[in-house]
Write a protein that binds this ligand. Sequence first.
Ligand SMILES: Cc1cc2nc3c(=O)[nH]c(=O)nc-3n(C[C@H](O)[C@H](O)[C@H](O)COP(=O)(O)O)c2cc1C
Length: 225
Amino acid sequence: MDVRDAVASRYSCRAFLPTPVPEQTVRDIVAQAARAPSAGNMQPWIVYALAGEPLETLKALLAPRMTELPKGEGTDYTIYPHPLGEPYHTRRFVSGEMLYSAIGVPRADKAARYRQYARNWQFFGAPVGLFFAREKSHGPAQWADIGGYLQTVCLLARDYGLHTCPQQAWVSFHKTVRSFLNLPDHLMVYSGMAMGYADETAPINRWRAPREPVENFATFSGFTG
Ligand SMILES: Cc1cc2nc3c(=O)[nH]c(=O)nc-3n(C[C@H](O)[C@H](O)[C@H](O)COP(=O)(O)O)c2cc1C
């Protein structure tokens, strides 16, 4: 697949088919993604890949907790600045509205919104769940490097016909994930990710988050051609 097609066809997939993904495919993607650049070539990403029985066990641990803790256990790092400020608040709001209107959930129906959000903790039905961990001692440069690695995973997945959804929602269950993965003390989870074959017919997969025109976020100077 052409890299432009991979970029253009990637989206955050939130409904997957149960079709299993071979371990070798996931290994290839996780290994090849390590060609991502990192400051000082530190390669600060640490990956946990789950499928089959461990994945089902984790999902089963979370399922009964949704009514008790619809927002999770609290996060161990701040995902969104508060207040968010503009233009970021509006961008986030608009994509949230698009997501919930794609599945016919009105803003006022908080229970239905929580139910949809809780699908995160079932990996949206994906047969593969990934966790990206980081060293607690690392700083913003290494966080950014892991972001680049994560995006490289998303793009490589497209070449195998797979789709992905990065999931910081898992950080809201960081205690459960830490104990489930037996995460050493010096690490913390940066993000989860669902991976598998998209259910193309699912309404939640049939909308696309808008992007700003390039003039709104980039300046170009000095070009002659
Ligand atoms: C690090 C990271 C974490 C994310 N966490 C979640 C998540 O927990 N749940 C979710 O549904 N989407 C999550 N997303 C997906 C974003 O909402 C999505 O990338 C954004 O709205 C743009 O849409 P697109 O990926 O479909 O182009 C995450 C994306 C990133 C990069």
